[in-house]
Ligand binder design. Structure first.
Ligand code: PRP
Ligand code: HPA
Length: 176
């Protein structure tokens, strides 16, 4: 597994000064250029997700790159996949939460009936930076009565200490 993780890490492209000066952007889409790497990514995600005890009953993915990863896990565990989206993208009744961005704030939403009372949930995203997105997703799941068992990210920007803004166990596969 270590070898596969290293290979995935080697294929995450890095873009200096994107989307703004001073940011080194790590692009998970570059991994999806190669089907063999996608299979490895899937295997690695499933290996980490199946370690979580008690087993989760629902997998939440965060808009947009969390949608690439969460369904692999949901499919393997045979549990539902539920999206958390940026404001105004989800139809029907939604719960909303505002969260801090580097400058200003934004809103995320979840469909009201998507999680059942007491359901054990895993939240998945590509990358943990400040923790604003994962923190907001945790708030939304709790608003619907769900229990966040853990958060799982492929990449963590450790020096930003974003996990301090996430009120649950964060599992990260690649640390920078
Ligand atoms: C990125 C990334 C995470 C989030 C991490 O998404 O995919 O979801 O930022 O940052 P945080 O820990 O500081 O919240 P982005 O907001 O760029 O949205 P996108 O996936 O729609 O491009
Ligand atoms: N990649 C993807 N999303 C991000 C990054 C990054 O490097 N930094 C903050 N959000």
């Amino acid at each position: 597994l270590e070898k596969k993780i290293r290979k995935i890490r080697d294929h995450v492209n890095e873009y200096p000064d994107f989307p703004k000066p001073g940011v080194l952007f790590r692009d998970v889409f570059s991994v999806f250029q190669n089907a063999e790497l996608v299979a490895m990514l899937r295997e690695v995600l499933i290996a980490f997700a199946t370690q979580i005890q008690p087993p989760v009953e629902c997998v939440v993915g965060i808009d947009a790159r969390g949608f690439l990863l969460a369904p692999f896990i949901a499919l393997e565990l045979e549990v539902p996949f539920v999206p958390v989206r940026k404001k105004g993208k989800l139809p029907g009744k939604v719960a909303s939460v505002s969260y801090a961005l580097e400058y200003g704030e934004a809103n995320m939403e979840i469909q009201e009936s998507s999680i059942k009372e007491g359901q054990r949930v895993l939240i998945v995203d590509d990358l943990l930076a400040t923790g604003g997105s994962l923190g907001a997703a945790c708030t939304l799941v709790k608003k619907l009565g769900g229990v966040v068992e853990a958060c799982l990210v492929l990449m963590e920007l450790s020096e930003l200490k974003g996990r301090l803004n996430v009120p649950t166990n964060v599992i990260s596969i690649i640390k920078y």
